[in-house]
Design a binder for this molecule. Structure first.
Ligand code: ASP
Length: 477
């Protein structure tokens, strides 16, 4: 017999069906036992009258069934009597008269309730048992919505001639202003890969390669302290890059894409203002005191999505100690965005005279006061790129790290630019979730512990030996 899903039972009245899933709840009413069976489509009520069930063996099993057991039942779909209809569930006008039950697998008592929204449960415990935490309706819905968002994005962009390309994870540093994660090489002992902080250099190289329109739902790795809008270690962004475009083209495309995402997938939300306001950095600072202005009309209104652009950022900021990953640490300037952002064409001369006055062609995407993405028109002239390297204090050795970019730029490079809206961040802001971890399947905890699996963890001496690595703290013991 073919499996029927809970949600399909409403169109199978008076038919015999086979259902498989989890026991959501159990209620004993004298001789009658009610079980709610849950599967990926929803829940449906099972009615078991042990004495009338066809087989006696399952009847025995019924007395043992508890919440979260996985069961299989065969039964007849019945319309509920008028007074018994439950409007709260989609299958509320039917129930299943059970003929036989089989327990497929038993469940121990869960470490926390899953019929609540879960915010009240200790987060470390939620992460340790994330596979149970995801059983709660809110989490399942968040992950489903996330999947719909990325599917819409893929369709939208491929229809517009974008090519989805996967770029390497084991690679060389791509600085976005954070610390790199590094991975030791076994084949070349003493050398290391870096996990990409973003696919920035690869996407620019794909423009040199002539793809013209690239995107990737890309994983990015940054070793920086977690915040509520940033999980530890990794996050996902829609990374895209285009050739022969203006900044205006990029903003318009992004606006069209996210307007479609909201209207199709968040129909209960409305966008405050369209076209989205484009606010120069200086004005944002003066008027709102931040470069991430929250331009909602009513901040208590959960339905409001206020998108805005911040533009005309200064190309450089004063370099501080935290900018150690750029340059020699002795330079005066650090890039506001990253080192590949183009200076405003009207300000090129200021690069030599007064670098802090140079505006960059950077654009930040802001949603309800969160920075949900950033991008820029890029430098495509090797000499300007070198000048920026010098201004941020790159040593000759550091310049060599990026020589491939300068070399690539000598083979015919189109003017290009891009943007990378954060998927986790967008979902967090759009859903009004308190943290990005609520929209990620298996995020790390705030102390950098992975969910469910015990990482980071020590590795065997043999593994270290193979890599030619000795760990100082291990040696002491
Ligand atoms: N690579 C940038 C980032 O990850 C985005 C971009 O400039 O396109 O923030």
């Amino acid at each position: 017999m073919k499996r029927t899903l809970a949600a399909e039972t409403t169109s199978a009245v008076e038919k015999e069906v086979l259902l498989q899933g989890w026991v959501n709840t159990r209620r004993d009413h004298g001789k009658i036992i009610f079980l709610d069976l849950r599967d990926r489509s929803g829940v449906v009520q099972l009615v078991i009258v042990p004495s009338t069930s066809k087989e006696s063996k399952p009847t025995f099993e019924v007395s043992h069934i508890t919440a979260e057991d996985v069961i299989e039942v065969v039964g007849l779909v019945k319309e509920r009597p008028a007074g018994m209809v439950n409007d709260k569930i989609a299958t509320g006008r039917v129930e299943i008269e059970v003929q036989s039950v089989k327990i497929i697998s038993r469940a121990r008592e869960l470490p926390f309730p899953i019929d609540t929204d879960g915010y009240e449960v200790n987060e470390e415990v939620r992460m340790k048992y994330r596979y149970l935490d995801i059983r709660r309706p809110r989490m399942r819905e968040n992950l489903r919505l996330r999947s719909r968002v990325t599917t819409l994005i893929r369709n939208f962009l491929t229809e517009r001639d974008f090519v989805e390309v996967e770029t390497p994870i084991l690679t060389k540093t791509t600085p976005e202003g954070a610390r790199d994660f590094i991975v030791p090489s076994r084949l070349q002992k003493g050398k290391f890969y870096a996990l990409p902080q973003s696919p920035q250099q690869y996407k620019q190289l794909l423009m040199v390669a002539g793809l013209e329109r690239y995107f990737q739902i890309a994983r990015c790795f940054r070793d920086e302290d977690p915040r509520r809008d940033r999980a530890y270690g990794e996050f996902t962004q829609l990374d895209l890059e285009m050739s022969f475009v203006t900044q205006g083209d990029l903003l318009q495309l992004t606006e069209e894409l996210f307007t479609k995402v909201v209207s199709e997938l968040f129909p209960e939300k409305h966008i405050t203002q369209s076209p989205w306001p484009r606010i120069p950095h200086k004005e944002a600072k003066e008027k709102y005191g931040t470069d991430k202005p929250d331009v909602r009309k009513d901040k208590n209104d959960a339905g409001e999505l206020a998108f805005a652009w911040t533009i005309d950022f200064p190309l450089f900021t004063q370099q501080s100690k935290e900018d150690f990953y750029y340059g020699s640490g002795k330079a005066k300037f650090a890039p506001s965005h990253h080192m590949f952002t183009a200076p405003h064409p009207d300000d090129i001369e200021l690069l030599d005279k007064d670098p802090l006055k140079v505006r960059g062609l950077q654009h930040d995407l802001v949603l309800n006061g969160y920075e949900v993405g950033g991008g820029s028109i890029r430098i495509h002239q090797a000499e300007i790129q070198e000048k920026v390297f010098d201004l941020i204090g790159f040593t000759p050795a550091q310049k060599v790290q990026f020589a491939h970019m300068l070399t690539a730029f000598t083979y015919g490079v189109p003017p290009h630019g891009g943007i990378a809206p954060g998927i986790d961040r967008f979902l967090m802001a759009a859903l009004g979730e308190p943290s990005v971890r609520e929209v990620m399947a298996f995020p790390s905890s705030s102390s950098g512990q992975t969910s469910v699996m015990d990482a980071p963890s020590v590795v065997s001496k043999d593994q270290l030996k193979e890599l030619g690595i000795t760990v100082a703290t291990l040696k002491k013991k």
